[in-house]
Write a protein that binds this ligand. Structure first.
Ligand code: ZN
Length: 150
């Protein structure tokens, strides 16, 4: 069981990313851009990636919405820089598993600050908020993997 203290620590981390989002700006020289919205909550983001040699050289986003959606995408971008597309896909799967209640995924250090969102998995309506960034990422990866030959 989580202690109340841990929960409020997680809440602080979420609010901190919401108030001071990382990598929130337009990206010059982007390779791929994906717009993703969650109409139920009014969240929306545009995720922009610069991809070089099958690695994410830069990840930025612009968007608006609830603290969970915006904090999650901020946290996500901090983990993406330098990752291969395969690693990014793996992260997306782990995070999605965690949001669907997978306890092992919730302990995965690879997920960094994103682990603060594990409590959200108990609120089905908010899971879509938390997944918005990674849904956009997976869409972007699909475009890259399935796109024109380089
Ligand atoms: Zn939301």
């Amino acid at each position: 069981m989580e202690t109340p203290q841990l929960t409020s620590l997680y809440q602080q981390l979420i609010l901190e990313h919401y108030r001071n989002p990382r990598n929130k700006s337009e990206l010059d020289g982007k390779s791929v851009e994906v717009h993703m919205a969650n109409p139920v909550c009014g969240d929306e983001i545009r995720l922009q990636l610069r991809i070089e040699d099958d690695r994410i050289a830069e990840a930025k986003f612009v968007g608006q919405g609830c603290s969970i959606s915006q904090a999650a995408v901020s946290m996500m971008t901090t983990l993406l820089e330098g990752r291969s597309l395969d690693e990014a896909d793996h992260l997306a799967r782990r995070f999605t598993d965690m949001m669907h209640g997978d306890g092992d995924a919730a302990k995965d250090r690879d997920l960094g600050d994103l682990r603060a969102l594990q409590g959200v998995s108990k609120f089905p309506v908010r899971i879509k908020c938390a997944l918005l960034g990674f849904d956009a990422l997976q869409e972007a990866l699909k475009k890259e993997f399935g796109g024109e030959a380089h």
